[in-house]
Design a protein around this ligand. Structure first.
Ligand SMILES: *[C@@H]1O[C@H](CO)[C@@H](O)[C@H](O)[C@H]1NC(C)=O
Ligand SMILES: *[C@@H]1O[C@H](CO)[C@@H](O)[C@H](O)[C@H]1NC(C)=O
Ligand SMILES: *[C@@H]1O[C@H](CO)[C@@H](O)[C@H](O)[C@H]1NC(C)=O
Ligand SMILES: *[C@@H]1O[C@H](CO)[C@@H](O)[C@H](O)[C@H]1NC(C)=O
Ligand SMILES: *[C@@H]1O[C@H](CO)[C@@H](O)[C@H](O)[C@H]1NC(C)=O
Ligand SMILES: *[C@@H]1O[C@H](CO)[C@@H](O)[C@H](O)[C@H]1NC(C)=O
Length: 373
């Protein structure tokens, strides 16, 4: 008994070391320049909600030459298991995200037919440059529209190799409604995870959702679960916002309760602050992720936030003046809807520093602030 245990213990101690010795040369940058050492890879999860500027933030990372980026990989989970509710699917979503972070792309087999392509693959600069696509170079800014027309939409065979050639893996997801399923990933020794929690004024989100209602319908169905049938159709948008606001509050509060060592792996950012001062905020995001803010990226961020375009489709990054867009709800939403939303999202807005507008005049008057600076 005693010896058996001791041998087991010895094996447990020695095996990882042997494995390390055995595989070490393959991961060492000096021996194999194409591969990044597994243990030094950093992982960033952009945790957000629909219409919160998360595609924009995703692009800030995707265009960085050190980053392998995927937008919404869990779209495949929700699309394949569309009869489930968000709660039922959250562990599958979590496990998929973990696998992608580890560059284990076999996980998609469970959710995708053989001949289908990865959702929004062309928004990943890494999948538009070598070794996935040889028409662009890795250091270039690659607009997704150019990539979609010029690169092969089946970079699937190379995707693991592509992923392993980067020092950072960044994923954007809107399909988490709580920090709980992510807790094990924060403490997972095979990961080095940081979470960027991106929030946006619920009134702006609501307005933007109105314009893309059809695109969001399948997702809304999964978010609302059984309530989809019981709640009146005209109340669906408000019910959605209630769930979304509640989830942001929960995530934020749960993050404050993390022990210090994990607390520093969480960063909250408001979309409004990002569009007011894109260069400073982007610098903050890169620093948090451990990425250098390269000169060509500084010029590019300046360019795109001054309204020099990227695309018009709702899932593309906004080409219009982002600062103006972030205030568009003030003249395009009727005041009664704003009042209703302010009630529904009261706690979350208070917590995140969004100020209620108390009259229609205040709502239309852009000199009246709608968030704490
Ligand atoms: C779900 O994924 C499987 C592959 O695992 C695929 O055969 C099937 O067509 C997918 N179904 C849907 C609805 O996407
Ligand atoms: C919603 O789901 C239906 C049925 O699965 C599908 O045909 C449709 O394309 C989906 N709509 C969107 C916008 O994804
Ligand atoms: C920035 O915009 C200028 C003027 O439109 C353009 O010439 C330049 O290539 C752009 N640079 C980047 C990195 O986007
Ligand atoms: C913002 O856009 C709206 C509508 O497109 C326009 O009426 C308004 O003048 C713009 N404001 C600024 C400050 O650009
Ligand atoms: C939330 O409700 C409290 C109490 O009625 C009020 O003082 C506060 O301004 C409200 N906040 C928002 C964002 O509506
Ligand atoms: C807009 O708000 C500012 C600041 O509260 C105020 O000084 C100004 O008179 C308002 N303008 C209008 C047209 O009501």
């Amino acid at each position: 008994m005693f010896w058996a245990n001791k041998t087991k213990l010895l094996a447990l101690l020695v095996l990882p070391f042997l494995t390390f010795l055995l595989f070490q040369p393959f991961y060492h940058p000096n021996h194999s320049p194409g591969l990044i050492r597994k243990s030094s890879r950093k992982h960033v999860l952009i945790l957000s909600s629909w219409r919160s500027g998360s595609s924009f933030v995703g692009q800030l990372f995707s265009q960085h030459p050190d980053v392998f980026y995927l937008m919404e990989p869990a779209w495949h989970v929700w699309t394949n298991l569309s009869s489930g509710s968000a709660g039922q699917l959250q562990m599958a979503v979590r496990d998929l995200v973990r696998s992608v972070f580890l560059c284990d792309m076999g996980v998609f087999d469970a959710y995708m037919a053989q001949d289908s392509s990865l959702f929004q693959w062309h928004t990943s600069r890494a999948l538009c440059s070598p070794p996935a696509c040889h028409l662009f170079n890795r250091e270039a800014i690659i607009p997704s529209a150019n990539c979609r027309t010029l690169c092969d939409k089946q970079p699937f065979s190379t995707i693991e190799e592509v992923c392993r050639s980067y020092s950072h893996v960044v994923i954007k997801e809107v399909r988490f409604f709580s920090l709980k399923p992510l807790h094990p990933l924060l403490t997972d020794p095979s990961l080095n995870l940081k979470i960027i929690h991106l929030i946006r004024d619920p009134r702006a989100m609501f307005r933007s959702r109105q314009n893309t209602e059809q695109d969001l319908m399948n997702d809304s169905h999964i978010v609302m679960g059984k309530q989809w049938k019981t709640i009146k159709k005209e109340d669906h948008p408000y019910y959605m916002m209630k769930i979304i606001c509640q989830s942001h509050k929960e995530i934020y509060e749960a993050a404050q309760l993390l022990p210090d060592s994990l607390r520093e792996r969480y960063l909250l950012i408001r979309y409004e602050d990002l569009v007011q001062d894109p260069l400073t905020q982007t610098a903050k995001l890169y620093e948090f992720a451990g990425l250098p803010f390269l000169p060509h990226l500084q010029i590019w961020v300046h360019n795109i936030t001054q309204g020099k375009g990227m695309g018009k489709h709702p899932f593309d990054t906004d080409s219009r003046n982002a600062r103006n867009i972030s205030q568009a709800w003030r003249w395009s939403l009727p005041h009664d809807k704003v009042v209703k939303l302010q009630k529904i999202c009261n706690d979350t807005m208070d917590l995140m520093g969004y100020l209620p507008v108390l009259s229609e005049e205040d709502q239309r008057n852009l000199s009246v602030g709608s968030f704490y600076p």
